[in-house]
Design a protein around this ligand. Structure first.
Ligand code: HDD
Length: 749
């Protein structure tokens, strides 16, 4: 037993070994203690008991985690070893010929350690490099056997384990979370009949219609090759040069310039399979299907100024949000919905369902809810799970099949191919996070990093020496939908693909006024970063085909005259089925979560009234919100009345942009009054349209910050004195997410 008290170790005892031969030959054992019982699990969510969560966290287990058990390592109570299991006597010094002599080549321990370190990184994903993942499950509502034989949809209440990874697209692995960008929404279902990867985005359309253009698109949006700037941003010449020459991008650009591209949280965005897929039932009949994930947390976004500030204050904003929500047992949920479309119905539409730059409006084909996704467990190890997880659009299961969408066709090739270089060979399916729960038996053998130890001498089929095994599953296996094909080979696209603007217009006119204003401001900002006037002009010409008022606002913002509209490739022959789609506004899905997991700053300083702070904290916690006491510095704060206040954040370490609302309670609090950051804090809360409550003497801070005391502003609550009903009023206003009525462009404050 080792005495690990501070008294026993006045200094790092092991370091003593560097001072002499005697200690070098026999270094003392390092101090170690068994991990406390509550954190014996590999992660907090495994042990489910933390100071932060108490016992409230959910069970958080699913079958996909079980195979990870075999590869989990826990060093508690263990000695250091090499990778060969050889115990290490000492981990401080390389082996030398004499204390002042040269280091020796035969030091296999040093060499193993450094060699492994040299190879710790793998190539980052060419797109979607930055992401965060979580485990969970999919629960099916009712049997969907009429449409699909997919195992996960076979029975009511059936649970299928999943791993989900959310991501940004353009930024590198170490970039920021709140860039204006598309978000990846990739789901790996570990079904009874193999893994199905639904590799989608938080926007239902895409920039291009044919995979042939994907490398061009990515080269255009990534940092420009000569100076590698800008990082995680589309606001630069090459991106807008490319998309302004690609009218098929217009619809997606409207989504990208909308608030969808700056979500409040991964938990608060929709997900889409984007392409039209096929469901195939046991009889072999097929139905076109589009997949939609709808968050129970509601669809909510940031505003641009806030997103920019968060990038500096907390580049891990979305990663942290997802992690903390799951740790706190506030498990995010999405409902999976499907649009089911017969081939005949699809043929009659004014657009082509094989065109990934088009949606099928919900008003045309309603969404049928089929199940829910729950994320209830954080990974043990970011690299082993979130980094090594390999999603592949080619991974479908019996009952789910592809359509002829030409963008999808390229994806079926690309994902498997990229994993081979990213994960170092063809055996990436054996990495624990990628391994199916369904048994894997085939005659594929060997390759880099093969883990499976195949028994027997048979690795071919047909065989008799292995009893004919593994055998073909016949109709129980994956049978491709036998779509008749007999046409001339041609490089081209169907005619309906050439209509590029009507759905962009549909999206724009279906937004609320605030959302429309944000779209115009986003185009203005992005194009103002474009240095080549001809590119800006071309983009304005394209926007004229979407909505003249939008084009005009952007032109005004750039100080440019409106150019002639860009010539259209085609005049559509049939009228659009839907000309207004309320479902496309973020406001259509406020969610069921209310204020759950919303972060509220309660500003405190010496002289605050402790009793009202406690009442506020209680009410917010009860409603599921996350109150933080923010002071000029962290630590204890003098208060009037009994009770102690401990500020857990400071104006410096958690600025305004990290909170959904602010409360300045009653009390003199002179330290707040002389701190310029308080005014900045309030100004940002106001500018970002957040919920604010100021009580008693604190209301005068509004005037100091130049904020108009507008009593019609539903998000600006002012009270001359404390009243018991105040917390509830604040919570109701906070549940509205944002108060865009107060927003002005340029901002008033
Ligand atoms: Fe892709 C990654 C989503 C078009 C090629 N893609 C990737 C990821 C998501 C998407 C969510 C990250 C998965 C993860 O978390 O590991 N991609 C989409 C969507 C598309 C799309 C919704 C259009 C509908 N992608 C697309 C095309 C191609 C690719 C047309 C190539 C022809 N995508 C890739 C890739 C990536 C990738 C290069 C990079 C890393 C990876 O696959 O694993 O293969």
């Amino acid at each position: 037993a080792v005495d690990s008290t501070a008294a026993a170790f006045p200094f790092n005892r092991i370091k003593a070994a560097e001072f002499g031969r005697e200690q070098a030959l026999d270094p003392p054992q390092g101090p170690h203690v068994a991990a406390p019982a509550a954190v014996t699990g590999s992660t907090l969510s495994e042990c489910r008991v933390t100071a932060k969560t108490g016992a409230a966290a959910a069970a958080g287990s699913n079958a996909a985690v079980a195979p990870l058990e075999a590869v989990r390592a826990d060093a508690s109570g263990q000695r250091l070893t090499t990778n060969q299991g050889v115990p290490l006597a000492e981990n401080q010094n390389s082996l030398k010929a004499g204390l002042r002599g040269p280091a020796l080549l035969k030091d296999f321990i040093l060499r193993e350690k450094i060699t492994h370190f040299d190879h710790e990184r793998i190539p980052e994903r060419i797109v979607h490099a930055r992401g965060s993942g979580a485990h969970g499950y999919f629960e099916n509502y009712e049997p969907l056997t009429e449409f699909t034989r997919a195992a996960l949809f076979s029975a009511a209440g059936k649970r299928t384990p999943v791993f989900v990874r959310f991501s940004t697209v353009a930024g590198e692995r170490g970039s920021k979370d709140t860039a204006r960008d598309v978000r990846g929404f990739a789901v790996k279902f570990y079904t009874d009949e193999g893994n199905w990867d639904l590799v989608g985005n938080n926007m239902p359309v895409f920039f291009i219609q044919d995979a042939m253009k994907f490398p061009d698109l990515v080269h255009a949006v990534k940092p420009e090759p000569h100076h590698a700037m800008p990082q995680a941003a589309s606001a630069h010449d090459t991106f807008w040069d490319f998309v302004s020459l690609m009218p098929e991008s217009t619809h997606m650009l409207l989504w990208l310039m909308s608030d969808r591209a700056i979500p409040r949280s991964y938990r608060m965005m929709q997900g889409f399979g984007v392409h039209t897929f096929r469901f195939v039932n046991a009889a072999g009949a097929s139905t076109f299907v589009k997949f939609h994930w709808t968050p129970l947390q509601g669809t909510h976004s940031l505003v641009w100024d806030e997103a920019v500030k968060i990038s500096g204050a907390d580049p891990d904003y979305h990663r942290r949000d997802l992690w903390e929500a799951i740790e706190a047992g506030d498990c995010p949920q999405w409902e999976l919905g499907v649009q089911l479309i017969s081939e005949e119905a699809a043929q009659a539409y004014s657009f082509d369902v094989l065109d990934a730059s088009k949606i099928v409006p919900e008003e045309l084909v309603p969404i049928t809810p089929v199940g829910r996704l729950v994320l209830d467990r954080n990974p043990d190890n970011f690299f082993a799970e979130t980094e090594q997880v390999a999603f592949c659009a080619a991974h479908v299961v019996p009952g789910v099949d592809f359509s002829n969408d030409p963008l999808l066709a390229g994806r079926i090739h690309s994902y498997v191919d990229t994993q081979i270089s990213r994960l170092g060979g063809p055996n990436f399916h054996e990495v624990p996070i990628n391994a199916p729960l369904a048994p894997v038996h085939n005659n594929q053998r060997d390759g880099m990093h093969r883990r499976t130890v195949h028994r027997g001498r048979v690795a071919y089929e047909p065989n008799s020496l292995g009893g004919g095994c593994p055998f073909q599953a016949g109709s129980a296996g994956f049978v491709p939908f036998p779509e008749p094909v007999q046409q001339d080979e041609v490089r081209g696209r169907p005619e309906k693909f050439a209509e590029h603007y009507r759905q962009a217009t549909l999206f724009y006119v279906s937004q609320s006024p605030a959302e429309q204003a944000h779209i115009a401001a986003a185009f203005r900002f992005e194009l103002s970063k474009v240095t080549v006037p001809a590119v800006r002009e071309r983009m304005l010409a394209s926007l004229r085909n979407v909505a003249d008022d939008l084009a005009q606002q952007v032109a005004d913002g750039l100080g440019m005259a409106l150019p002639e509209p860009m010539p259209r490739a085609i005049e559509p022959s049939a009228a659009p089925e839907v000309t207004h789609s309320p479902a496309l506004s973020l406001r259509a899905r406020p969610g069921e979560a209310g204020v759950r997991s919303r972060k509220v700053a309660i500003l405190v300083a010496g002289g605050v009234n402790a009793a009202t702070v406690a009442a506020l904290q209680r009410a917010l916690l009860q409603a599921g919100a996350v109150p933080r006491l923010v002071g000029p510095r962290i630590g204890l704060v003098d208060s009037t009345g009994p009770g102690v206040i401990d500020a857990d954040a400071s104006l410096e370490n958690e600025p305004s942009c990290l909170f959904d609302g602010v409360i300045v309670p009653d009390g003199e609090m002179p330290a707040l009054r002389r701190d310029g950051r308080v005014l900045e804090f309030l100004k940002d809360q106001y500018r970002h349209c957040k919920t604010m409550l100021l009580v008693g003497a604190s209301t005068s801070l509004l005037q100091n910050a130049g904020i108009p005391a507008d009593e019609t502003d539903a998000g600006l609550l002012m009270a001359a004195a404390w009243a018991d009903g105040l917390p509830q009023r604040f919570i109701e206003a906070l549940a509205m997410h944002r108060h865009f009525d107060r927003e002005r462009d340029p901002p008033l404050v």
